[in-house]
Design a protein around this ligand. Sequence first.
Ligand SMILES: [Zn+2]
Length: 152
Amino acid sequence: MDAIHGFAELGPEAGDLPWDEREFAERARATRRELRNLLMDQGFVAGIGNAYADEILWEAELHPKRRVTTLSDEEMSRFYRALVDVIARGVRDVEAGMPPELGTKIRDHMRVRGHKGKLCPRCGTPIVKSRHGLDDMYLCPRCQPPPKGQIR
Ligand SMILES: [Zn+2]
């Protein structure tokens, strides 16, 4: 009904987070969501799409379907740092002067997104592609083990 409803509830820009690690952790845990859904929720943090969600979770060594409430403090710390680092790296690469029409070039810094079957840069296991709702997601099955007792 209200087309601008979504915009009214945008979270802060991913590249300019106003939260330190502790505040991020508190806000994230309060949502009780799965990590990938949380990253892509524009009302939590704005500007993260499929590609960055995959990269952040790979960097953090966390499975996309882990629930935020199951993260240890150390895992939460990795999650926060991966988000900040991956977005900062992406912004730097884009600002390094690659024109928008070379869209595929901009993604050269991606480590897992679009890399199905290529070897994980960290452990050498082939990257897999799977479905996540309506989206494709890429991950390393070794670095990012699925949550116990949960089907992928
Ligand atoms: Zn790996």
